[in-house]
Ligand binder design. Structure first.
Ligand code: VG1
Ligand code: CO
Length: 545
């Protein structure tokens, strides 16, 4: 029976860098999920002017606490809102890149993803919902702002009375007039990977005795990695660590970086280290790549993949149309683009800004410094895909990973790179610090800084070359004459206080310097400019990656 349930708006339901992310208990308030989901549906209806009777909605999540409850709510609401079909990943599971692949392959209107990505999960941790559009990518800002506008004026939502759907049994059931299909969350994604990569070549790498470990961090990639690496590619059992998705990620922070995946870093530094180490985040869109005693920075990873893809990965044999990176991401890929004679785009932070470029055929590969790498095979960053790229690189070269990156540096030089995160800052203090620096930017130009001179200082504003939309206030960047950069911005994914990210990049022809020699002076300059200690009492970052 259809129900129209009266409700009142919640404040703060504005999607951030990647969907709506809050403490789980906030989502657990009565009507909270319902209000947001109804606002998504109302916004979609406003845009299309039509109904959903010939439309499919895909639903899935990273397996965190409150995933299953939210999915049942969404199924009932989607039925009440008149969708033709709702397709749900078995067990409520879908990685972010798999969601993107499924939406595209099945011609769905879009999908709702239950995830707070790399944020910890559990009743006292974080939860999130994001909507992806029919190209498979995150909703663009025009849509997220429209959704937000609806959350502020919502007065009712639609649902219907029906029992829970069995999420663990594949097949078709009906909820109201809507068909609900529970499908295998691995199939579409695996098929896509088989189309892009030379699975025989990867199999032979394992067959010849090379070894890797993959740390799924108890996130959503466990089942994908077990299936693709161990089942399809013949990697021995035990290649995948922490492969079972857990509602609280085993109490860990499912964030693949040197800090939160320190175990894996230690494993790769040990005596019997494998040839390749990799980890993905909670929802499977981030990746970290390690060689024996060697860490590949995300900017270098993107650059090396861009340089080699056409030669060694069948899916890119016809070459790359262009590459893109978010503004704070290292400029390493720009040098590769120049040598390939292809354009390189600089976008604001967040994968949603790559979508238009890829849809328009202007860019094939893209990446972010935050362990995100991907291509136009989907419209999200893709952790397992990145791992398969590196497997392809190693299978082709048969060299240690460190040698591959060393060769790259010898040819292109090296962008020394670090991000310093200052987490849990007082929100007003953080905003004030940014505001004050923004005000002083014009005065910095031509001043000497960190052994060089400031050649430009601005607050990054992006004009989308496809639709002309403008996104301003996307982060402060201070460019030095020697090619170094200091960038800072406030995070849009945190759920507590404010996080300030300070990004440092220094370029040298020689790849062999200790990283601190190049970046420490830039760090000091950045902290001084921000007046970090005076304004927040902090002298050191919470997390350095
Ligand atoms: C962070 C990263 C950004 C990434 C976003 C979503 O955003 O810096 O590069 O796109 O997370 O990634 P912010 O606004 O906190 O800096 V994920 O894996 O959380 O979807
Ligand atoms: Co993620």
């Amino acid at each position: 029976m259809l129900q129209t349930i009266p409700t009142t708006p919640f404040s703060g339901q504005r999607p951030g860098t990647s969907g709506l992310r809050k403490k789980t208990r906030i989502f657990m308030q009565p009507h909270y999920v319902e209000n947001f989901v109804q606002s998504v549906f109302d916004a979609l209806r406003e845009i299309s002017g039509g109904d959903f009777k010939d439309k499919d909605l895909i639903v899935g999540g990273d397996g965190r606490y409150y995933n299953r409850v939210s999915i049942q709510t969404i199924v009932r609401m989607a039925a009440a809102n008149g969708f033709r079909r709702v397709q749900v990943g078995r067990g409520g599971i879908l990685s972010t890149p798999a969601m993107s692949a499924v939406i595209r392959r099945r011609g769905a209107l879009g999908g709702l993803l239950l995830t707070a990505s790399h944020n910890p999960g559990g009743i006292d941790c974080d939860f999130g919902i994001k909507y992806n559009i029919s190209n498979g990518g995150p909703a663009p800002e025009s849509l997220t702002e429209l959704i937000y506008a609806h959350t502020r004026k919502l007065s009712r939502y639609l649902s219907l009375q029906s029992c829970d759907v069995d999420l663990d049994r594949e097949g078709v059931v009906r909820v109201g007039d809507t068909e609900v299909r529970i499908f295998d969350p691995l199939a579409d994604y695996t098929a896509l990977m088989e189309r892009i990569f030379d699975f025989d070549a990867l199999r032979s790498w394992f067959h010849d005795g090379y070894r890797m470990v993959f740390d799924a961090m108890h996130g959503v990639t466990g089942p994908y990695a077990h299936h693709i690496l161990e089942h399809c590619l013949g990697a021995p059992a035990g290649t995948v660590l922490r492969g079972q998705p857990l509602e609280d990620f085993g109490g860990l922070h499912p964030d693949p970086n040197q800090v939160h995946a320190a175990d894996l870093v230690a494993l790769l530094a040990g005596d019997s280290a494998p040839d390749l180490g990799a980890a993905c985040d909670g929802d499977g869109d981030r990746n970290m790549i390690l060689g024996r005693n060697f860490y590949v920075s995300p900017g270098d990873s993107l650059a090396v993949i861009a340089q080699q893809a056409a030669a060694i990965i069948p899916g890119y044999r016809s070459g790359l149309a262009g590459v893109a990176r978010s503004m704070p991401t290292s400029t390493a890929v720009d040098r590769v683009a120049r040598s390939l004679g292809i354009p390189s785009f600089e976008t604001p932070t967040g994968w949603k800004f790559f979508g238009n470029l890829m849809d328009a055929g202007m860019c094939t590969l893209c990446g972010e410094e935050s362990f995100g790498t991907g291509s136009d095979h989907v419209r999200e960053k893709d952790g397992i895909w990145a791992v398969l790229c590196w497997l392809s690189i190693l299978a082709a070269s048969r060299q240690p990973l460190a040698a591959v990156v060393g060769d790259h540096w010898r040819r292109f030089g090296r962008s020394y790179y670090q991000r310093h995160d200052f987490e849990g800052l007082d929100a007003n203090a953080a905003a004030g610090m940014m505001e004050e620096l923004r005000r002083r930017l014009p005065l910095l130009v031509n001043q000497s800084l960190s052994g060089s001179t400031v050649s430009a200082a601005d607050d990054f504003s992006y004009t989308d070359p496809v639709d002309g939309s403008v996104s301003a206030g996307q982060g402060i960047r201070i460019l030095l004459a020697d090619g170094s950069r200091i960038v800072c911005r406030l995070s849009g994914t945190g759920t507590e206080g404010a996080t300030l990210r300070l990004y440092l990049e220094g370029y040298r022809r020689d790849g062999g310097y200790p990283i601190g020699d190049i970046l420490d002076p830039l760090l000091r300059a950045g902290l001084d400019l921000l007046q970090m200690q005076a304004r927040t009492g902090r002298t050191r970052a919470t997390v350095i990656t």
